[in-house]
Design a protein around this ligand. Structure first.
Ligand SMILES: *Cc1c(COP(=O)(O)O)cnc(C)c1O
Length: 388
């Protein structure tokens, strides 16, 4: 959708006004590159805010996943188990390394990787004589995955977990923040995420060695010589100082952004869940989702309309919505990858829709979207016909 006044977008960024001061300071100090002072400050702020022992600020969520898998020694021909229900950024880094993804279905309660299916998949691969090198689990739309159970399975078979927390910055189970459950965790600060640095990411770990190694690898693996000496392949993946400055301003208002997204979710839910055939994902006991995007499930037999029809109806009114992620095992590029599971992710893709959820949305804008659902809903139409 092209940017136009009056349109409503899925997840627009929201600025505080302080970003410009950080950017100005970076420019004034002629300190804009990947060794600037805001970078270390941003890393420390993340460590404190999310109780993460080590954090390395990188230039995207995707590069953070790539580097994580690289640190775990994933290489050509290896297998990596991955949640099928996700955005392609979770899985492409597996291909960058010449490794092969093995996809696993979701569970009903969190929509994230099903721990039982994970265990079945590991057993199945072991029976074929293959030990998967890593497991990539995602906290989709902000909802934490079933970490207590997933960690049990991963430890039982001694396979490291990479936590893709790109969408779940600030989400938690009990007091523990997403991004700190995996052996390595990643955040994304892309333009559409709950807080943004323009483009950016972070790698979180409690392993001091990985912290050091990822700083080295993300800056082209330069050895500390008077000239540049290289003994292995590195990457140009470090965050720059301008982005880190924007990140410091954004992190300062994360609390408020989370509250706003949760309020938006609650508003949609309150107004729409009484309609037959419409439902929303609940937080399991002890779970706290940042509700990055409000997602809604539509049972077309009951509502009289499909997710695709609502999407088109909204689009005509200048409102952007989106299907839930198309499962990776259904993507043409991954058609030969092994898949284990049923049709949970497939059904979510078929019947789900992401509604506009940006923290700057107004109540009038939300009402416009809610009204559209009412107009399409057959129960509402029948009732209003009766009263005429
Ligand atoms: C956004 C996103 C990423 C990648 O982040 P970038 O910063 O855009 O590279 C990874 N995984 C998921 C699930 C995402 O939504």
């Amino acid at each position: 959708m092209t940017k136009e006044k009056g349109n409503i977008y899925l997840s627009s960024p929201q600025f505080t006004g302080e970003e410009i001061e950080f950017v100005q300071r970076a420019l004034d100090q002629e300190n804009i590159a990947t060794n600037g002072v805001f970078i270390r400050q941003f890393e420390k702020a993340i460590q404190e805010r999310f109780d993460s022992p080590h954090t390395v600020a990188l230039n995207s969520g995707t590069s953070s996943i790539h580097l994580s898998l690289h640190l775990l020694g994933v290489g050509a021909g290896d297998e990596v188990i991955c949640q099928t229900f996700t955005y392609i950024a979770s899985t492409n880094p597996i291909l960058y390394l010449g490794a092969k993804p093995v996809f696993v279905d979701s569970e009903e309660s969190t929509w994230n990787m099903c721990p039982e299916k994970l265990e079945q998949t590991i057993k199945d691969r072991l029976a074929k004589g293959i030990k998967p090198k890593a497991i990539v689990v995602v906290n989709l739309f902000g909802m934490p995955a079933n970490w207590p159970e997933l960690i049990k399975v991963a430890q039982l078979y001694d396979i490291p977990l990479v936590e893709d927390a790109a969408e779940s910055v600030g989400s938690k189970i009990g007091d523990k923040f997403t991004g700190t459950f995996g052996d390595l965790g990643i955040y994304s600060f892309n333009g559409n995420k709950i807080i943004t640095t323009g483009g950016g990411g972070a790698l979180l770990t409690n392993n001091r060695f990985w912290d050091k190694k990822s700083r080295y690898l993300s800056t082209q693996a330069k050895l500390d010589f008077p000239y540049f000496e290289h003994i292995e392949m590195g990457f140009n993946y470090k965050m720059n100082n301008i982005s880190a400055g924007i990140g410091l301003a954004q992190l300062g208002v994360l609390e408020d952004r989370i509250q706003k997204r949760r309020d938006i979710f609650a508003y949609y839910k309150k107004n729409l869940e009484l309609l037959p055939g419409i439902s929303f994902l609940k937080e399991p006991e002890g779970y706290f989702s940042n509700r990055w995007l409000t997602t809604m499930i539509i049972e077309p037999d009951t509502t009289g309309f499909k997710a695709s029809e609502l999407r088109e109806f909204l689009l005509k009114d200048g409102v952007e919505s989106r299907f839930l992620w198309k499962p990776m095992h259904l993507q043409p590029m991954y058609k030969n990858a092994p898949y284990s599971g049923g049709n949970i992710a497939e059904d979510l893709f078929l019947n789900g829709i992401c509604l506009p959820s940006g923290s700057a949305l107004t109540e009038q804008e939300l009402d416009r979207i809610i009204n559209a659902v009412f107009i399409l809903h057959k129960e509402v139409v029948l009732k209003s016909e009766k009263t005429v």
